[in-house]
Design a protein around this ligand. Structure first.
Ligand code: ZN
Length: 285
């Protein structure tokens, strides 16, 4: 039986809450967690009594990002991705770029696109660290509430990568600050993220859960169809501005980075700066 890595809760009428429940591993995101979150989003989506979805996390930190042990390059996890795929790609067991591209496209990109386009408002509640792949979880939600101890970073430049799979950075931070965020791999606090417009509100840590629920309850009091239409209208505006194509391009460039690293190091990221990655199990010979 699969271990539950999330919880699905209904904390108020019209509100569903998906909680990352792997605090002992800093809510590190492996493919199993991604597809459990996807199933939970589906449950909320197809339940007509649910009008708003909160994405939250147990523990001190929202998430440390993609799990570098259960990465999509391990054979076990490729099987998991293939079993749960949500898109139209194939070749999950193929070597190097062929299989890695397929696995990341499904697990990290098509799932994110789906959640971004979910026809109900979503609110992400972020506390503590929100690193790299965890940014994708936050950015695809419609509203981000951060506690005053939240810290955001995408440090994958250090591993020879141009950013996480979902290049939301220019849209979330503005082009100039996005470049600084990517080039320096620095961590930015909630106040800075709020100043740049990436975060809707910053609240004290103890008030985060209540603030997210209050926001969700307020939204859930509005007409369901109008909420769907308003979300679609804003998302379509971003699409017309080119967001969807830009995200596709960002994903392809991300994989150009992986491919260079494969050629240079025999691995999709620079293992000299991420030694733990070199011990990840590969497909059996
Ligand atoms: Zn990647």
């Amino acid at each position: 039986m699969t271990e539950p890595l999330i919880r699905y809760e209904e904390p108020a009428p019209g509100v569903a809450r998906i909680v990352l429940a792997r605090a002992d591993k800093y809510n590190a995101i492996n493919p199993e967690m991604i597809f459990q979150v996807n199933d939970a989003f589906n449950r909320a989506l197809y339940d007509d009594t649910v009008k708003v979805v909160i994405l939250a996390a147990d523990g001190k930190h929202f998430s440390a990002g993609h799990d570098i042990v259960d990465t999509v390059d391990s054979y076990k996890e490729r099987v998991q991705v293939e079993k749960n795929r949500v898109g139209h790609w194939s070749g999950f067991q193929e070597p190097e770029t062929h299989g890695w591209f397929a696995a990341e496209k499904e697990a990290y990109f098509e799932t994110a696109k789906r959640w971004r386009n979910l026809s109900k408002p979503t609110i992400c509640a972020v506390q503590g660290k929100c690193i790299a792949g965890a940014l994708i979880f936050a950015w695809v939600c419609d509203i981000i509430l951060a506690s005053d101890d939240a810290v955001f970073s995408d440090p994958v430049m250090t591993f020879g990568m141009p950013g996480v799979e979902w290049l939301g950075h220019p849209w979330e931070l503005g082009a100039r600050k996005a470049k600084e965020f990517l080039f320096t791999a620095d961590s930015w606090n909630a106040e800075e993220a709020h100043r740049l417009g990436m975060v809707n509100q910053v609240v004290p840590r103890a008030e985060l859960e209540g603030a997210a629920l209050a926001m969700a309850t307020k939204i859930a009091s509005k007409p369901a169809f109008a909420l769907k239409l308003a979300k679609e209208a804003v998302n379509k505006t971003l699409d017309i501005q080119g967001q969807a194509n830009a995200l596709d391009a960002g994903f392809y460039l991300h994989h150009l980075g992986h491919t260079q690293n494969f050629r240079q190091f025999g691995w999709g990221m620079d293992p000299t700066n991420a030694p733990g990655l070199a011990s990840v199990p590969k497909k059996p010979a």
